[in-house]
Design a protein around this ligand. Structure first.
Ligand code: GLA
Length: 765
């Protein structure tokens, strides 16, 4: 890995372990172009790929050709209004209202390491932005300065690589060196122009993750043809609807093979992420802050930092792409000391009680839970103010002593005596119109004067870009944390931003609000972790609406979805796992029939699906059938036994129910290939069939492995019934080599009935 500049050819080579990106500066003008991104190649003279001698690529021979050049060359930082009609990466308007710009190469520097990114809050305070950091793997960075001489602007484009990763990290900073303000209308973090020639005639596919509440991050695939495909959020959070993630890949790319170009953004607010195909079949992929609800008046001497983008290329399909993202996030983004630690198995009272609980109820849940090996009780929404439903009290973070006599301290002391950890729910960014806080400070809510702001879940959003509001919110949370023994916080955000207005911005700077809101969230969570370094933080947003790489900088785990139906979770988790490590994915066993779908599902299947995330329970343990309660300790044991493989290993998709029709399967394999956990879910019974042959992945072909059906070695196992044991024993192959398991496959018996699970330990001997 490394970054090299060849003086003679004016070429930059940005190299990772297996990829090369090559940037070139054009001779006469100094445009910065991308001439190659793909599998690692020699540092040859790639200037021929600029094709500046051939129409329509000739830049300056005559004006007509120059026009088409601007509209088809592979620019790294395409600007609007000066002859490139494709989506721009930067649009600025000057004081006289003109919006043309053109950024040309000025200088560069290459340095060891990687610098932190900072944004400036309204009070002038520098807030660190989430971004990858060096960690254990050395980094190298190329910073290219482009200059817009007419406007007096500089754009600093940074590219970083790590010695242990195949990802390329990009970010952009815009600096105003002129003596008048400009308006940044749009500033994306990454633009990647690719030649259509990389693909066969029928062109590439595009993969995104999309959904809605309770159906987050389903994998969505379609062909990319002329025009644009774009996913986005203008909701002030990454959203249930789309992820800042797009893959452009071979039409026949699959989990194991095919060229894959993927991008994501380390950001938790509004974004756009798209790919468009132009008249010459060039592909332009881009990602960055959504220009909708954004405008930045960049004053003389000021600079603006766009968030960091992650680019991944592999020729080995989606599994390899996922491994690159997972390793990057685990090794260079998640800072929490819990990252490699076993997380406490928790029980959360939300689906158990909703708002209807008191100390006695919580203690009765906790004491049953404790008997089963559960380690932490999380008290969810409803412990403060007068909150007995979702109509009131957000903002009034004082404990409701009617529910919790003696306060949180009394509860946490009791739990502590029982040997249970304690966690608590907050929704710090919000205010209920029916709250003391709102009655005292109605202007603290984000709103447009003269317009009644839209309520969502009966609440408004606090304007945490204001430092007094932010300080109030912070004090509320930290006072509670200081008042008792609290190990864990679930930080929720249950509505989107709308009616964007803040009393502290004038007309010129109102467009800063949505960006600074996200920065304010980062500031709050950053402060929290500094003051409470041992706190385990789990982010949440009405389920998984803020499941993004930005949040992973603060919390090592994120609540995946309010939908805990194990069948629905197959789709949600498969999409989530495409991008995010399993160690980040909040997954709990809930009651059956499921509260959202009404679907009934066996307890062991609910367990098997949740065991591939950060494990816990979300049910009233005092009221579930006794055989289910008895089954919990076995599930907790399984979690402890295989948790490390799931948390630290490589994840492989084996089959998705949508494609395989009747079943779903996946694996986690230890990095050293010594152990794997293979989960097989039979979704529907299959009449008159035979056992399924499943080819495993990721094992050492030359090693021998022993296969254990998890639970089959345990007397009276609930996880593995006698019937299942028998069905497996008839097929159990004994010891097999990795090469046999990966090529000839493993036979999984057909089981009677819908919804059945089999989890296997595959251990090297
Ligand atoms: C959101 C969360 C849930 C729960 C409720 C409480 O919907 O996703 O897990 O915490 O809020 O109001």
């Amino acid at each position: 890995m490394g970054i090299y500049y060849d003086e003679e050819s004016s070429l930059f080579f940005i190299e990772t372990k297996s990829t090369t990106m090559c940037l070139a500066i054009t001779d006469k003008e100094g445009f910065l172009n991308n001439v190659y991104y793909g599998t690692k190649i020699q540092r040859d003279n790639l200037r021929y790929l600029l094709r500046t001698g051939v129409s329509p690529f000739v830049p300056s021979v005559n004006e007509r050709d120059r026009g088409s050049y601007l509209d088809c060359a592979r620019f790294e930082f395409p600007s609007a209004g000066a002859g490139d009609y494709r989506p721009s990466a930067v649009t600025v308007t000057d004081a006289s209202g003109h919006d043309a710009s053109q950024f040309l190469y000025e200088s560069h520097r290459i340095y060891k390491g990687k610098e932190n990114l900072y944004a400036q809050q309204v009070d002038g305070k520098n807030v660190r932005m989430p971004a990858t950091f060096e960690g254990g793997g050395k980094a190298e960075t190329l910073e290219i300065t482009l200059s817009e001489d007419v406007l007096g602007l500089k754009a600093l484009l940074s590219y970083s690589v790590f010695e242990d990763s195949d990802a390329i990290l990009k970010n952009v900073r815009l600096i105003n060196e002129s003596d008048s303000s400009v308006i940044i209308e749009k500033l994306l973090s990454s633009n990647l122009d690719l030649d259509k020639g990389v693909w066969d005639e029928d062109g590439p596919d595009v993969v995104t993750l999309s959904g809605t509440w309770a159906r987050e991050r389903h994998i969505d695939r379609r062909n990319l043809s002329r025009g644009s495909v774009e996913v986005y959020s203008a909701r002030g959070e990454t959203s249930h609807q789309f992820q800042p993630f797009m893959v452009v890949c071979d039409k026949d790319a699959n989990d194991s093979c095919g060229k894959v170009y993927a991008q994501t953004l380390i950001w938790s607010g509004n974004f756009i992420c798209g790919s468009s195909v132009d008249q010459f079949d060039n592909i332009r992929s881009y990602i960055g802050i959504n220009p909708e609800h954004f405008k930045w008046d960049l004053k003389p001497g000021e600079s603006f930092q766009a968030p960091e983008a992650v680019l991944v290329y592999t020729a080995q399909g989606f599994d390899d792409m996922s491994h690159i993202f997972h390793d990057l996030f685990r090794d260079h983004l998640i800072r929490s000391s819990y990252l490699h630690k076993e997380r406490p198995v928790l029980i959360n009272n939300w689906e158990a009680t909703y708002f209807d609980f008191d100390t006695d109820k919580l203690i009765s849940i906790a004491s049953e839970a404790k008997k089963c090996g559960i380690e932490m009780l999380v008290m969810d929404d409803g412990w403060f103010g007068k909150r007995n439903d979702d109509n009131s009290s957000l903002g009034d973070w004082t404990v409701n002593e009617e529910k919790l006599p003696g306060g949180i301290r009394a509860l946490s002391d009791k739990l502590d005596e029982m040997g249970m950890k304690f966690g608590i729910w907050f929704e710090p960014e919000m205010v209920s119109p029916d709250s003391d806080l709102y009655r005292a400070h109605p202007d603290w809510a984000i709103a447009v004067p003269g317009r009644k702001p839209c309520k969502m879940r009966n609440q408004y959003v606090l304007d945490i870009t204001r430092s007094e509001v932010r300080d109030y919110v912070y004090k509320c949370v930290s006072d509670i944390l200081k008042s008792a023994k609290i190990s864990y916080v679930k930080w929720d955000m249950n509505r989107q931003l709308s009616d964007l207005g803040s009393t502290q911005f004038d007309a010129e700077s109102m467009g800063r609000l949505s960006y600074l809101y996200t920065i304010a969230v980062y500031d709050l969570q950053g402060r929290l972790l500094e003051d409470f370094p041992d706190l385990l933080l789990e982010n949440c947003s009405g389920g998984g609406a803020r499941y993004d790489a930005g949040m992973l900088f603060y919390s090592p785990q994120i609540w995946c979805s309010d939908d805990t139906d194990a069948y629905e979770r197959l789709k949600i988790q498969a999409g989530t796992e495409m991008l995010y490590p399993l160690s980040t994915m909040g997954a709990h066993v809930s009651a059956s029939p499921n509260h959202i779908t009404g679907r009934a599902m066996p307890f062991d299947v609910r367990g098997a699906v949740a065991l591939s995330g950060t494990f816990g329970y979300e049910l009233d343990i005092t009221r579930i059938p006794s055989e289910e309660r008895d089954a919990i300790s076995e599930q907790v044991e399984i979690c402890h036994k295989y948790g490390e493989t799931v948390r630290e290993g490589d994840y492989y998709r084996i089959a998705s129910e949508e494609a395989a029709q009747y079943y779903d399967a996946w694996m986690s394999v230890h990095k050293d290939k010594s152990k794997a956990v293979f989960t097989y879910i039979q979704c529907r019974a299959y009449p008159n069939g035979k056992g399924r042959c499943i080819r495993l992945k990721g094992l050492d072909p030359d090693a021998d492995y022993k296969i254990l059906l998890i639970g089959s070695d345990r007397e009276g196992s609930f996880f593995c019934s006698e019937a299942k044991k028998k069905a497996w024993e008839a097929l159990a192959p004994g010891i097999l080599s990795g090469s046999t398991l990966m090529n000839a496959g493993l036979i999984v018996p057909l089981l009677p009935g819908d919804y059945a699970q089999m989890m296997f330990e595959i251990a090297r001997i």
